[in-house]
Ligand binder design. Structure first.
Ligand SMILES: Cc1cc2nc3c(=O)[nH]c(=O)nc-3n(C[C@H](O)[C@H](O)[C@H](O)COP(=O)(O)O)c2cc1C
Length: 262
């Protein structure tokens, strides 16, 4: 197979990926798991610092608990592979401590700074880019996956469950497994028209007409009973829903912990 053809295969794989939430219970082989993790670790990483860690959650009791702490999602308990992606600055600051970096800074008159908001965002970038690389790697092995964003909820519980120190934040959870049944029967969800997502040179805010056009072919049905239009549905069902409110509370607690001076 020539190089051009291989590139096309990658593009086809990306174009046809869809979230898989029902898994064949057959365990993944160690070789498959290693390949998925290796794919994650080959992702670009700021300064080649790998400001993330990955916990493979294999204990069924932990998976069962995650079902509840991540907004009641039973797929987590049934996924043959569950990986927790952590934004991690703890590793580097532990290394800085044993390397006497603070003392060195004092000696040469440089301020020694602990991780701030920007470090958290950069570490989240690293962790999420690694996570998505693992998704594409899994896809290449015919293994489907589903992100669980609700891992950002219940910070205090997750910190205790996984023994997370101060400068480690659980940014995403990923479930993987072979699709149960024919994956091509799961609809490929549409995206909004490119002109509302991709701009040239300048940001562009949308008008009422733009919104109407953007959502015109959206196959989503209004399912929130109080909602009279799509805006109300998306707020009441997603960005103002109970799970989002909990996520906002939880992340505020995590940020406070991250920035605590002690
Ligand atoms: C950051 C993030 C968090 C997500 N969290 C969840 C989740 O908690 N549960 C779930 O079933 N799907 C979750 N998803 C999957 C999305 O619902 C899915 O990607 C979206 O509906 C588009 O569908 P597609 O991936 O099949 O194209 C998440 C995806 C992302 C990127």
């Amino acid at each position: 197979m020539d190089e051009k053809n291989q590139k096309n295969q990658t593009i086809e794989l990306i174009k046809n990926r869809r979230t898989i939430r029902a898994y064949n219970p057959k365990p993944l082989s160690q070789d498959e798991i290693d390949t998925i993790i290796h794919g994650a670790m080959r992702a670009p990483t700021a300064g080649n610092l790998m400001m993330y860690s990955i916990i493979q959650v294999s204990d069924q009791k932990l998976k069962d608990r995650l079902v509840k702490t991540c907004d009641n999602q039973p797929l987590i308990a049934k996924a043959p592979l569950v990986l927790l992606f952590l934004a991690d600055m703890q590793r580097w600051y532990d290394f800085f401590r044993v390397s006497n970096v603070k003392e060195k800074c004092n000696k040469i008159g440089r301020e020694f700074q602990t991780p701030q908001e920007s470090d958290l965002l950069l570490a989240c970038c690293d962790a999420l880019i690694a996570a998505q690389n693992s998704v594409i790697t899994a896809e290449a092995l015919d293994i489907g996956s589903c992100y669980i964003g609700d891992i950002m909820e219940n910070y205090e519980i997750h910190r205790e469950m996984f023994n997370l120190p101060k400068w480690v934040f659980p940014i995403t959870l990923l479930c993987y497994g072979r699709p149960k049944g024919d994956k091509n029967k799961i609809p490929l969800l549409t995206r909004f028209p490119k002109k509302y997502i991709v701009f040239t040179n300048q940001y562009s805010r949308l008008s009422v007409n733009d919104f109407n056009d953007m959502l015109e072919n959206d196959p989503r049905k209004i399912v929130v009973k109080e909602a009279e239009n799509m805006g109300q549905q998306l707020y009441l069902g997603k960005l103002g829903a109970e799970f989002t409110v909990e996520m906002r509370r939880s992340v505020k607690v995590a940020l406070k912990q991250w920035l605590r001076e002690d």
